[in-house]
Design a protein around this ligand. Sequence first.
Ligand SMILES: CC(C)(COP(=O)(O)OP(=O)(O)OC[C@H]1O[C@@H](n2cnc3c(N)ncnc32)[C@H](O)[C@@H]1OP(=O)(O)O)[C@@H](O)C(=O)NCCC(=O)NCCS
Length: 193
Amino acid sequence: MDIDTLLERYPKTVDLKGTRVVLRPLQPTDVKGFHAFFCGVPETERMFLKHRVTDIEVIRQWCTTIDYGRNLPLLAMQGKRVVADATLHQQFGGWRRHIGRISVVTHPDFRGRGLGRLLVEELIHIAQHLRLERVEAEFIGNQVAARKLFARFGFDELLVLPGYVKDMQAIDHDYVLMGRKITTDEEFTSAAG
Ligand SMILES: CC(C)(COP(=O)(O)OP(=O)(O)OC[C@H]1O[C@@H](n2cnc3c(N)ncnc32)[C@H](O)[C@@H]1OP(=O)(O)O)[C@@H](O)C(=O)NCCC(=O)NCCS
């Protein structure tokens, strides 16, 4: 299935433990809202993100060069407020072309309501129907909640490299790669008979 067809399921409204959110892909008009979202993530966690997300120019660049086939940021919105983001990253060609990478961040005010789980589930569904064969997620050090969340979806620890990466303050942390195989579209169809 192609990405445009898969994205027809959005916007999607979901009720979660006292909150109603709308899931939809990032749009060019999200610069301010997406930037405000990242500014609300504690600095101790932002250090684990790969990009300088408090720089609005970084966010502007993401919003003006949207290519869902390469990076699909799926946002959870409460009204006009971005409250969570999970992104499916893909590489075209090369020896990682069959692997999708998932990253997820929930605003601290909205944690523990199932948002992280919901977004990861959506992206696994999309990855399966894009015929990716594997999904993975990367972690630095002790991201306990996140590792537990992915473990619930069957992600195993594939690699642990002690003290391998440095955060923005040049402090060493372990690098952890988790991943799992996913069933392809065709396998779904044949299993359904
Ligand atoms: C990881 C994260 C996305 C979870 O978001 P969330 O919206 O709170 O997730 P959910 O409410 O769906 O909880 C999912 C699971 O996470 C785990 N979890 C959530 N909060 C936790 C906590 N404080 N401590 C330990 N585990 C926790 C639980 O296993 C929970 O499942 P449960 O329903 O059985 O309790 C969020 O904590 C976050 O944004 N962390 C910082 C960014 C990060 O580490 N991202 C991962 C890099 S890919």
